[in-house]
Design a protein around this ligand. Structure first.
Ligand code: SIN
Length: 304
């Protein structure tokens, strides 16, 4: 068996497989299927200061090799999370990542301050949600605003800060660099690619919000390319995600430069996806004669 463990911004993870925000709730449902302590980490559903109902339905559309979602950050609010979900999660012996979002820089700062004294291990700042009309991706498109919000939240955060980047830009590496220069401890990429679904019989948009974010294996080649490009520019850890379904998919992200990975949409079709991917990554390392999975990071051989 390979050593899958790693140090992510000072937090010890048993393995590099983290359940991605928005696909795992706060862990309770999956905790009925397997022991959550098997995971490297759990990234909770995006939290806001107050409870949100999210967007009206329909807000999910299946696509070939993926789904479009326009959930709109439905969540119970940070206070409910701290009171009802976090104490339970902290008994599970797994790194807990709180994904935070807001409609102003001040709200993001308040979220970081509110979570500072809690047992949350890492913060993931979501400046890449394409499904809300205020905030979300608005902070994540231009390098100047990525820099400004990262600087402000980093000053308030007590936990290491991961900045989650959007792929809906011309050059994601500019935003990766802006986050690093502003003091981010890590970046995660990619959030979803904006798309639409068309009901041709009704001649109507499928999603009530018109647009949604595409995830699943269809986006994997794009995500791999963006991780590979960003890893050449930044020195902070990259957490890769986008359509990971197998241990070899996870390994591909690590070869491109990701220190850890997040598994999202695969949880919907296979509730056992994360523990299976951990086993498959282990088997891959054995086949490759790799003793520590971290030896894979950034070792992709390029052509020409
Ligand atoms: C959503 O709740 O709309 C998805 C979150 C995200 O894409 O960041």
């Amino acid at each position: 068996m390979a050593d899958l463990s790693l140090d992510l911004c000072g937090v010890k993870l048993k393995n590099p497989i983290i359940a991605a925000s928005g696909t795992f709730g706060f862990g309770r449902e999956y905790g009925r299927f397997y022991d959550l302590s098997e995971l490297g980490g759990i990234c909770c559903k995006g939290l806001t200061l107050c409870r949100r109902e999210g967007n009206p339905p329909p807000r999910i559309a299946e696509t070939p090799m993926g789904i479009l979602n326009s959930v709109g950050l439905q969540n119970p609010g940070v206070e409910s999370f701290i009171e009802n979900d976090l104490p339970w999660l902290l008994t599970k012996n797994v790194a807990v990542i709180a994904n935070i979002t807001g409609t102003s820089v001040e709200q993001y700062v308040q979220m970081a301050e509110r979570l500072a004294g809690t047992g949350v291990h890492l913060l993931e700042m979501n400046i890449s949600c394409p499904n809300v009309h205020e905030g979300g991706v608005a902070f994540g498109v231009k390098p100047e605003s990525v820099y400004a919000i990262t600087k402000a939240v980093k000053a308030a955060a007590k936990q290491p800060l991961i900045v989650k980047l959007t792929p809906n830009v011309s050059d994601i590496t500019e935003n990766a660099l802006a986050a690093e220069e502003a003091g981010a401890n890590a970046i995660s990429m990619i959030n979803t690619l904006t798309g639409i679904a068309v009901d041709t019989n009704k001649r109507k948009m499928v999603l009530a919000n018109n647009t949604g974010g595409l995830s699943g294996p269809a986006v994997r080649p794009v995500a791999l390319r963006m991780v590979w490009q960003s890893a050449k520019k930044v020195h902070i850890p990259i957490i890769g995600m986008g359509g990971i379904e197998t241990g070899e998919d996870a390994a591909a992200f690590m070869l491109c430069g990701a220190k850890a990975v997040m598994v999202g949409t695969a949880n919907f079709t296979d509730p056992f996806a994360c523990p299976r991917i951990i086993r498959e990554l282990d088997a891959y390392c054995d086949r490759q004669n790799v003793r520590s999975a971290q030896e894979l990071v950034g070792t992709l051989e390029e052509n020409g």
